[in-house]
Design a protein around this ligand. Sequence first.
Ligand SMILES: [Zn+2]
Length: 210
Amino acid sequence: MRYKEQREQVLETVHLAYQADLIRMSAGNISLRTEDDMVVITPSGIKYRNMTVKDISVVDLEGEPIDGPPPSSETPMHTAIYRHISRAKGICHTHSRYGMIQAHLQEDVPLTNIELMMCGAPIPVAPWAAPGTEKAGEVTVDIFQSRPELHVILLRQHGLVALGGSLAQAYEHAYNAEVGLETHYKVRLVQAPQSFTEAQIQEIKDVYGL
Ligand SMILES: [Zn+2]
């Protein structure tokens, strides 16, 4: 099987994200970019629960099928990000619950907790683009290009996309984003969340070596 190791890596991340309730049924999608610039990505319409390594697809950077079943319907967003954002080696697009809520609130999420800081907060909400369209790629690429420190974007009325220098990093950002967004949302039910001050941000950066 071609790209067996990378397919196994994608499947392993699917299992992690499924168990963490970041993805469910067949919503959300996960990919990595290989060293020879192929994209190994979850397939279209196969339930995560039953997914095997043979179900993982391989496409080129233009989204042309190379191996495996038809790729995720949201492949154009993944390939656009890989074509234009060289630091992206892995992508997790989730329909995680608090990511979706915040994407519906349509306001950028400020830097109010450490998990959001790890994601490069403030976390912006991208302009509306229907899932699976080229436009979904364009709007996310525009933001990632203008914010080189940013790892996570909320997709308006849709979900969340996280990138990383590896698939493991992308997953970590997607996971941290969900914890940070849930915390931000729930604090807001009680009182206005406090954004970190510049001095606090520097203190945290010093501690974590950021
Ligand atoms: Zn989606």
